[in-house]
Design a protein around this ligand. Sequence first.
Ligand code: C5J
Length: 220
Amino acid sequence: MGQIKAEPFAFPAKPEALALIVIDMQRDFAEPGGFGASLGNDVGRITKIVPDVKRLIQGFRDAGLPVIHTMECHKPDLSDLPPAKRDRGNPTLRIGDVGPMGRVLISGEPGTAIISELAPIDGEVVIEKPGKGAFYATELGEVLKAKGINQLVFAGVTTEVCVQTTMREANDRGYECLLAEEATESYFPEFKAAAIAMIRAQGAIVGWTAHVDDILEGIA
Ligand code: C5J
């Protein structure tokens, strides 16, 4: 492993320091009746990336590199859910309400689970996060430090919300971040395109972006 073909220039991958972080590939964002749908979004856009996320995960597993999963969710007593988050907007179901897949975005509920095709395997870390960024109010920073990880490849949803927020948190903490273009998606195609453009602008001001095939070739 060395360089991964990427934009705006090659990503200097170091096998001893690299992990994949899969953001929020949960039923609540990808299936009818969940949080994403309650906000009026077309969740079919999210399910389309599952094959690319799956082969990226498999590539990291085959290379013996860590795969870390995150889930946006809250405690059943809602003590980690700010009213400003619960009350905003006009969704058909609010976080904590009972929907067809159980309570929306609540830890342990069926809808909160990672979709079955992408389920974590034994030994993979799963971070439950109450915010959009995966470093806020979680153990992610300590987990990465303990594993000696300082380079992160990102996949998951949604590109401009939880993925980009976490990339920005990571960038400010000194991580080198690479976004896998076909393995991330937004409910809004124009927001995905804008996020990719702004991440890699100005000499990778937030990070790099690359195609899944090039990442898989780089880590093989
Ligand atoms: C959102 C996320 N979009 N995982 N969450 O609310 O991006």
